[in-house]
Design a binder for this molecule. Structure first.
Ligand SMILES: [Mg+2]
Ligand SMILES: [Zn+2]
Length: 192
């Protein structure tokens, strides 16, 4: 489907869901490290402007994030929840809060059902918000695992990030669309 067809459907049918990866989409990814404190959560440029354009166009805006910092014992489950709560308090002031943050706290080697590219978090989201329809969902992420996650669920997939990533070819083959960042994607909704 072309982006214009998807856009028309999003704008006419109010049940599309937007799934967002966190690190590299909402906030800057810490290379070889983790966001362990709220102060380390540096928002991506124009993140709020992007959310202003996207909010209200979707049934829900949901974050799905791998946070193996918890499994590695670098921070607790509750500390991650607190970081998300503080971010949402900030976003709520502008009425652009995220509807829910789902995260996988397990380590890669735990082989859990919720670490992307596995699809567990999408089904958790659907349990919480039963009207979620994966065929009418968009997954935005900066890693091949995000695109694989969305693809496996039949979502429309959007890669955001740099043009010279290691597995660029693989990403481009699987992703339906590619933008520099969430703000560039959100521009599609400008004055709609
Ligand atoms: Mg990411
Ligand atoms: Zn998990």
């Amino acid at each position: 489907m072309k982006i214009t067809g998807i856009m028309n459907d999003i704008l006419s049918v109010p049940q599309w869901t937007l799934f967002l990866d966190r690190d590299g989409v909402i906030n800057k990814r810490i290379v070889d490290g983790y966001v362990l404190h709220y102060e380390e959560l540096i928002l991506m440029p124009f993140l709020k402007e992007a959310l202003h354009l996207l909010k209200g166009k979707f049934y829900k805006i949901i974050v799905v994030s791998n946070q193996q910092s918890v499994g590695k014992g670098l921070c607790s489950y509750d500390e991650v929840v607190q970081i998300h709560n503080r971010l949402n308090e900030d976003l709520q002031k502008e009425n652009i809060a995220i509807d829910h943050f789902f995260f996988c706290p397990h380590k890669a080697e735990d082989d859990c059902p919720c670490r992307k590219p596995k699809t567990g978090m999408a089904y958790e989201a659907q349990k919480m918000f039963p009207e979620i329809d994966f065929k009418r969902s968009i997954m935005v992420g900066d890693m091949i695992t995000d695109i694989q996650f969305g693809h496996a669920l039949g979502m429309t997939t959007v890669y955001v990030g740099e043009k010279d990533v290691p597995n660029r070819d693989q990403i481009m083959e699987l992703a339906d669309f590619s933008f520099e960042n969430l703000y560039e994607f959100a521009q599609l909704f400008k004055s709609k």
